[in-house]
Design a protein around this ligand. Sequence first.
Ligand code: 13P
Ligand code: SF4
Length: 329
Amino acid sequence: MEFTPEIRKATDSIYQKISRVVPEIEWSIHAPYIHKINKLKKEKNAVILAHNYQTPEIYYGISDFSADSLALAVEAAKTKADIIIMCGVHFMAETAKLMSPEKKVLLPDMKAGCSLSSSITGEDVRNLKKKYPGVPVVSYVNTSADVKAETDVCCTSANAVKIVKSLGVKKVIFLPDDFLAKYVASQTDVEIISWKGTCEVHEQFNDQEINEIRKNNPGIKIIAHPECPPDVINASDFAGSTSGMIKYVKDNQPKKVMMVTECSMSDNVQIDNPKVQFIRPCNLCPHMKKITLPKVLHCLENETNEILMNSEIIEKARKSVERMTEIGR
Ligand code: 13P
Ligand code: SF4
């Protein structure tokens, strides 16, 4: 697509915002897509929701709402749009569909999965329930609708501790993130039965790396996502969901910070916090990175890659997400 003077003018305010992290040569490729997507989404009454791990050209260029997975689920239930495009991964698009079953929900790349979500099936949960009868099941939102349909209440990294405590029970089955389960166990007295799922991005960090960075950068604040291994969380100054990490930087304005999480977070947060210096050992999520501007445009133009689910699964799975949002209220 051609980067015309008209498109340059129409998209210049977006570029001024992200120019610190997106080189001009790349902008000439992104801008025509951004211009076309923004025009088309208005014509089609579509809304673009983006997870915090999306690249800056998606996050600042085309999204109407960007957030962590909890807020994306809440927003999907509220939107008045006819079409929701989820710039995120498959379980996020499914969750949007559960919350707005009457809407058309599209995912620009159906292969955008998640190692946590693919670590467990509905059948696995049914077997666990047989093994531990009567023990409530709390599932991380990073799960398929089949797993959510077998779940009593969902949670995200933003509210996992609160949800587990709210049940007022001694024992909980907590799925599928083993590290998040350990984090929750460290914050409550509840006995946690966990699953061996891990996030392929966060499991790569280790505490030696964190300690080395702290030694070489006196005064640095290190903030980690709770999907990281427990040693990494213990070596950090703060642990929280992607939005929790963003809020930490905004409120504390540390001189230097390292976000122990996916790489696009540092780019996106840097833009809104120009005085903060980011140290960037980060890992890319190959699933989040499957979402690109050309794929968003293709899926918006042709209304392809629609999330379709059977109504029984929708009903059952939605209840577990609604219970979560009710407890969060
Ligand atoms: P958040 O709920 O913190 O946005 O995390 C989602 C996720 O997939 C992190 O890897
Ligand atoms: Fe899944 Fe990890 Fe990617 Fe998040 S970062 S979508 S948990 S693989």
